[in-house]
Write a protein that binds this ligand. Structure first.
Ligand SMILES: Cc1ncc(COP(=O)(O)O)c(C=O)c1O
Length: 439
């Protein structure tokens, strides 16, 4: 094995800092990684919000190995294979009612760009070509494609790359620590911020020019921002009033994170499209998807001549046989092992343990929903991000626990199979580290 770390340019990583003391994983099973030195490391992040069924699930592993032996690849343009149709069917059956047409891609970023293009093309095919604007949200993360960074609201992901897409605007995000600190579940205050969509943005741009609004039901990557009660319902109502498509980016919230198949189910708000990825294959093979309402799909079918391609979009690896095998097996595992219900059953213990951190040093907010929580720390004056990064490093090296941080926020999203003892261990590790930092 090479120990030369110089060739690999790592994504979203402080490369020089990492390479000075590499944090290397060697294998993974169930709730644990095993580091290069053999230490088991409790996975508090489901890899990167994606290994929802736990690592190395034998049914998924076997399905992928079996598919690799039978057929490695089939061209997805003008050709098909059974697995793609089966995977689409399984996903459609799991999705909220009415969302039943599935377009495959390879990642969350691609799912987002696919959904945005689908929204623009849908309006055009209906003869409404005025609708070209896209609305996202501050602190939204929608991957790293040009569409995704345009509707996304993270300055660091945008500032080096020019204007991305024209005609994009952003809602304010609903995080309001002053009013909602230490909320358990959905915050009480702040649904009215959704009204700004109508009163400010649509008033400014003319609702007739807006194609779609894209939001993460729970904003994950920028530190777990949980929508206040009634907020998503308001966004849905405004979209309905003005004929604007509502896209839920469920790349993180999909597949049981909130104790339901999708956040749409949890909130009882049905969008027009869902972007998903990550947990779709339990991350064993990369895959993303857009699940669209049938009416959107049918508009494409009806607008194009019989023998014409209806949507000029797709990827070489759309519906890749290995990804489809992984998806079919993963969705079956979620179902047969009741994993979403299990996550819902574990959520109260997770919430209790998370909020016990309130007493730990530097903690200025704890917010949680289902099996996700954010712990916001007081930054070290003049050194933003340094406090949380130190917790992350020390959890890994000293406590054998993997957490994730963004800014000065710790985000936890363990595999859905976490048990009570592991929940305790996870939060205990963070408490110990924070206490020792205050000593
Ligand atoms: C909400 C959301 N959308 C899109 C993405 C991008 O997914 P990917 O990294 O697979 O492109 C992510 C990744 O974390 C995400 O959280």
């Amino acid at each position: 094995m090479t120990t030369d770390t110089s060739y690999y340019w790592m994504p979203f990583t402080a490369n020089r800092q990492f390479k000075a003391r590499p944090r290397m994983m060697k294998s993974a099973l169930g709730m644990h990684y095993f580091a290069e030195d053999g230490r088991p490391v409790l996975d508090g992040t489901a890899g990167l919000w994606c290994v929802n069924a736990g690592h190395g699930h034998p049914m998924i592993t076997e399905a992928v190995a079996q598919q690799a032996r039978v057929m490695d690849f089939a061209p997805p343009f003008q050709m098909g294979h059974e697995g793609a149709f089966e995977a689409a069917r399984s996903l459609a059956l799991m999705a909220p009612e009415g969302l039943n047409r599935v377009f495959f891609c390879n990642s969350g970023s691609e799912a987002v760009d696919t959904a945005l293009k689908m929204a623009l093309a849908y309006h055009r095919m209906r003869g409404d070509s005025l609708r070209t604007r896209l609305i996202g949200r501050e602190r939204g993360y929608h991957g790293v494609g040009f569409g995704g960074i345009a509707v996304g609201g993270i300055a660091g992901n945008r500032k080096h790359f020019g204007p991305a897409l024209p005609g994009v605007d952003h809602l304010r995000h609903p995080l309001d620590i002053a009013r909602n600190a230490f909320s358990r579940g959905l915050p009480e205050q702040g649904a009215e911020i959704a009204d700004e969509f109508e009163q400010r943005l649509l008033a400014l741009h003319d609702p007739a020019t807006v194609a779609a609004l894209i939001v993460e039901p729970v904003q994950g990557s920028t530190g777990v921002i949980i929508p206040p009660k009634g907020y998503l319902q308001k966004l849905r109502a405004i979209c309905d009033k003005y004929g604007i498509l509502l896209i839920f980016d469920e790349v993180i919230t999909g597949f049981g994170r909130l104790g339901t198949a999708f956040a749409a189910d949890y909130f009882g708000v049905v969008p027009d499209m869902i972007c998903c990825a990550k947990g779709l294959t339990n991350a064993m093979v990369p895959m993303g998807a857009v699940i669209a309402k049938q009416a959107i799909h049918d508009t494409f079918m009806e607008a194009a001549p019989e023998n014409a391609i209806e949507f000029y979009h797709g990827y070489t690896y759309s519906g890749h046989p290995l990804a489809c095998a992984a998806a079919i097996a993963t969705l079956e595992v979620y179902h047969s092992e009741r994993m979403f219900a299990r996550a819902a059953e574990k959520a109260p213990a997770f919430e209790e343990a998370a909020h016990a951190l309130r007493k730990a040093p530097y903690v200025k907010d704890v917010r949680n929903l289902g099996l996700v929580c954010g712990i916001e720390l007081e930054p070290i004056p003049g050194r933003p991000t340094a406090r949380a990064y130190e917790v992350f490093e020390r959890c890994f090296w000293e406590q054998n626990v993997l957490i994730r941080t963004t800014g000065d926020i710790i985000a936890l999203s363990p595999p859905l199979i976490i048990d009570d003892t592991q929940i305790e261990r996870l939060f205990d590790a963070i408490t110990r580290v924070l206490r020792s930092m205050a000593d």
